[in-house]
Design a protein around this ligand. Structure first.
Ligand code: ADP
Ligand code: ASP
Ligand code: MG
Length: 460
């Protein structure tokens, strides 16, 4: 059972979580929890301030956050548990202060120190939730995620290593008969014990890894919306819950921006055929979304529209490409050398368009790309992706999608690479409008049914 940041942002939210876990105790749950909503951003902001050289301001900026933790403890915990948590917060505060001083004295970005600081978000939330559960009579036991999520040393975006599964079984399985283990999501450690993090939103991934290692009956992602919706509810207010998704649909939605699931969450579930359930911690009775293996179980329709803003597209044009081999190899080699992931690719005879969302190394990348051909860059693009098993066999879907946005410039159309998504790029400024119109045509108006043979005129 994974609870996201908004599910633990204040005392009332944590009370809901405690009630949900209590009801599940007989199913022997493992609890994975994110940092209190907003705290990870504050921790990262404090690192920036320290890099700018002001350690005092960096530490001071976190005071309201520590107060928030103490405030919640005051509302939820009594006597010894409260005193123990107050001292945990005190230790975190002084350790973070030292780390800020080190960073300010050596003002280069320090990835391991940044991960160490950021990990306090989940470190504190997991101890707070363990205490709140204990206070409510649940026999909860805190587990330091760093003892079992063993990763490489790619700080900020670390990859769990194969020994993780066994470490989870060794650390967590023996507890399950009598206790409810509680661990912080998102954090891990290298073989040498240095703290790492799995990338923003990574607690979902921790939950999936833990669920797969323990052969869980279900991986539950508890969040602030009632499941995976037909579109991002911040863009389409009428978006509604999708009852059932296939793994492939859920994975595509997550890759293309549905923030409700971290993109890596689905793979561990696929590996062990474990259903993933997405539910609302503030409306626990609502059904939410069930994500399962069999696409037959998930009706063959268009399920949702995902989008991702802040995308940059790069178009490389070269006559050398015409009839030549090895060009794409060289082109992708440049992206590999710069360790930049490419999301969408479209090609013509003499040009290739690629989309990226990490532009931190763009200037250097362009220098190398220009050796291959002329390069055009467009920033502030949005990837929109229409997802559903129904795309495999719904004639006319592309025509219908593009006809409702025919006054919006669409580029990089990709369909069929995955048979469950239709993806394209629009200008960020027109994205919300495009998504709203697509939502209307896909989910709010009746979709024309597949023509029957009687409707088809056969030309002799
Ligand atoms: P948590 O803190 O629980 O991990 P997140 O903020 O990471 O929560 O993810 C939940 C949010 O994802 C929702 O509040 C919603 O704004 C956003 N979201 C984007 N696309 C979708 C979608 N298709 N369905 C549901 N939520 C979505
Ligand atoms: N707290 C981390 C973040 O904000 C991880 C998570 O919430 O899943 O990115
Ligand atoms: Mg999240």
């Amino acid at each position: 059972m994974k609870f996201g940041g908004t599910s633990v942002e204040d005392a009332a939210a944590i009370r809901n979580v405690v009630a949900i876990v209590r009801l599940a105790v007989n199913s022997r749950p493992v609890v994975v929890v994110s940092a209190l909503g907003g705290f990870t951003n504050a921790l990262l902001g404090s690192v920036e301030t320290a890099i700018d050289g002001d350690a005092r301001a960096a530490s001071k900026s976190l005071e309201p956050e520590f107060d928030r933790h103490l405030n919640i403890a005051e509302q939820l915990l009594n006597n010894e548990r409260r005193a123990a948590f107050v001292s945990t917060v005190g230790d975190a505060r002084s350790k973070i202060r030292q780390l800020h001083k080190i960073i300010a004295a050596h003002p280069v970005t320090s990835p391991p120190l940044q991960d160490e600081i950021v990990s306090y978000g989940e470190h504190l939330s997991s101890q707070l939730l363990t205490a709140a559960l204990a206070e409510a009579g649940v026999d909860a036991r805190h587990v330091d995620a760093r003892s079992c999520i063993k990763t490489d040393d790619a700080y900020g975006a670390a990859t769990p290593q194969p020994e993780t599964a066994n470490a989870i079984r060794v650390e967590i399985e023996p507890l399950l008969a009598a206790k409810v283990p509680v661990l912080g999501g998102f954090i891990g450690s290298t073989a040498r014990g240095v703290t790492t993090t799995l990338g923003r939103g990574g607690s979902d991934y921790t939950a999936a890894i833990v669920g797969a290692a323990l052969d869980a009956r279900e991986i539950q992602i508890w969040t602030d919306v009632s499941g995976v919706l037909t579109a991002d509810p911040r863009v389409v207010r009428t978006a509604r819950t999708i009852p059932i998704l296939s793994y492939q649909e859920a994975a595509e939605l997550a890759y293309f921006g549905a923030k409700v699931l971290h993109p890596k969450t689905i793979q561990p579930a696929i590996d062990k055929s474990i259903p993933v359930r997405v539910c609302n911690s503030r409306a626990a009775k609502e059904a939410g979304t069930l994500i399962v293996a069999e696409s037959e179980a998930a009706p063959q329709t268009i399920k949702a529209i995902a989008h991702k803003n802040g995308i940059t597209t790069v178009q490389v044009t070269s006559a050398r490409m015409l009839g030549a081999y090895g060009f794409l190899h060289a082109l992708f080699g440049v992206f590999a050398d710069h360790r930049i992931a490419v999301d969408v690719v479209t090609t013509s005879e003499v040009s290739v368009s690629l989309s990226i969302d990490d532009t931190s190394d763009l200037a250097d990348l362009l220098v190398d790309l220009e050796k291959l051909g002329s390069v055009e860059v467009e920033e502030n693009r949005t990837i929109i992706s229409v997802v559903g098993e129904g795309l495999r066999n719904t004639p006319g879907i592309a025509a219908r999608v593009f006809s409702v946005i025919d006054d919006i410039n669409v580029t990089m159309i990709s369909v069929g690479a995955s048979s469950v998504n239709l993806t394209f790029m629009v200008d960020e400024q027109r994205a919300a409008e495009a998504i709203a119109r697509l939502h209307r045509v896909c989910f709010e108006e009746p979709f024309p049914s597949t023509p029957s043979s009687a409707d088809v005129t056969v030309l002799a």
